[in-house]
Ligand binder design. Structure first.
Ligand code: ADP
Ligand code: MG
Length: 360
């Protein structure tokens, strides 16, 4: 996931019928019914949902227990790679095949560790494949935000086959979404105080108020979850267990992706509340350790790459959310990403992290 590509206005847990916030053209571009291609004839994928922007999620009528997610960014990567190497957009050279399979096997190994950590019952099983997919001019327009560099009817891309979440399908779940403080016209004083405390460990004995925390993260999903958890002991226990496990998971150098709708959901399983990780795996890298380096880079007044900015912004929101929940619900332990505590806090952090503005 890349926060730079994620519009915070796309929060919503988008399910059928047409999800609010998604343009009709985006939905219709990925409705693949009419495409004449063996893959489509064979599997008859039906568009189910689109979330934060990375996955296009389909149901397969003959396999009701699974969803198939096309990783749209991967299609762009293979096409770009082919263009750079003077090859046709739909080719798969030995080199490219090797790069992608190495990436997939690293991710599969990390994914399995995440599943082992949280337990199989909390992480939907999934498997990723490299597949030659049909594409249309409309799909390319979406993937390239209006500027496709080539025309092609097929391209290689990654698809994730995942168990379908009954909880999400029934629609009675609550979602844990971290929100993006840096996308909002937030009070700078509040931003600095809360971030220093929750992320950089200033005044550990002090508590951030619930309202301040929720205002800071600015997610309707998070507010609903916190308000409900305050009223319902079973939900609260499940949330506390998730937060506890997540603090431990982060100590292993990993983070979760909590930025999208329904990446982590809470639902009633019989008489009990439980949680499920649908799209929380942070593919492509172990960010918690890298973040420490990026924070020190800011301290040395070095400029950040767009990827470093996007990653740091994600990690800040992730840590603020998990540590904020831990504080609110008395879960012991905190995530620590600042090597020197509050001494590492950059006074211009908000400006640096602000969404939508190009900054050094
Ligand atoms: N396994 C699943 N079962 C049922 N619905 C799902 C499943 N995975 C995702 N969805 C639905 O599809 C949406 C987008 O999926 P997600 O993998 O989060 O994509 P993105 O990376 O674009 O956010 C989710 O918000 C959810 O509503
Ligand atoms: Mg998602």
């Amino acid at each position: 996931m890349n926060a730079e590509n994620k519009s915070p206005s796309l929060e919503g847990g988008f399910l059928k019928p047409k999800p609010a916030g998604l343009s009709a053209s985006r939905m219709s571009a990925f409705n693949v019914d009419a495409i004449k291609h063996d893959f489509i004839r064979h599997y008859k994928p039906q568009l189910l949902a689109m979330g934060g922007g990375e996955h296009v999620v389909y149901e397969i009528p003959e396999h009701p227990g699974i969803v198939v997610k096309a990783v749209s960014r991967s299609i762009r990567h293979t096409i770009d790679w082919n263009i750079q190497h003077g090859k046709s957009p739909d080719s798969l050279s030995e080199d490219l095949d090797k790069i992608i399979h190495e990436y997939l096997s690293e991710d599969a190994e990390r994914f399995q560790k995440m599943r082992d950590h949280y337990g199989d019952q909390h992480v939907l099983n999934q498997k990723q494949f490299l597949v030659k997919l049909p594409v249309t001019a409309e799909i390319l327009m979406q993937i390239y935000k209006g500027k496709p560099p080539v025309e092609t009817n097929e391209a290689w891309g990654i698809v994730t086959v995942q168990r379908k979440s009954v909880a999400v399908q029934e629609g009675k779940h609550l979602a844990l979404v971290s929100g993006y403080s840096e996308a909002k016209p937030i009070d700078l004083k509040v931003y600095n105080t809360v971030t220093k405390h929750l992320v950089f460990g200033e005044n550990p004995e002090k508590k951030t108020g619930k309202n301040e925390f929720l205002q800071m993260q600015w997610s309707k999903f998070l507010s609903d979850l916190v308000e409900q958890a305050a009223l319902d002991e079973g939900l609260r226990d499940s949330l506390k267990e998730f937060v506890h496990q997540t603090i431990l998971y982060t100590e292993k150098g990993e983070i979760l992706d909590l930025a999208g709708p329904d990446n982590v959901v809470f639902y009633r399983n019989g008489n009990q509340w439980s949680y499920q990780l649908l799209d929380a795996f942070n593919s492509g890298g172990t960010l918690a350790t890298e973040t420490k380096d990026v924070i020190q880079k800011i301290g040395r007044k070095e400029s950040l790459t767009p990827e470093e900015r996007a990653d740091l912004r994600n990690v800040l929101n992730y840590v603020r959310t998990i540590n904020g929940l831990a504080e609110l619900f008395d879960v012991p332990g905190r995530i620590n990403i600042a090597p020197n505590g509050v001494k590492d806090y950059p006074s211009n952090l908000f400006e640096l992290m602000r969404l939508g503005k190009k900054k050094p």
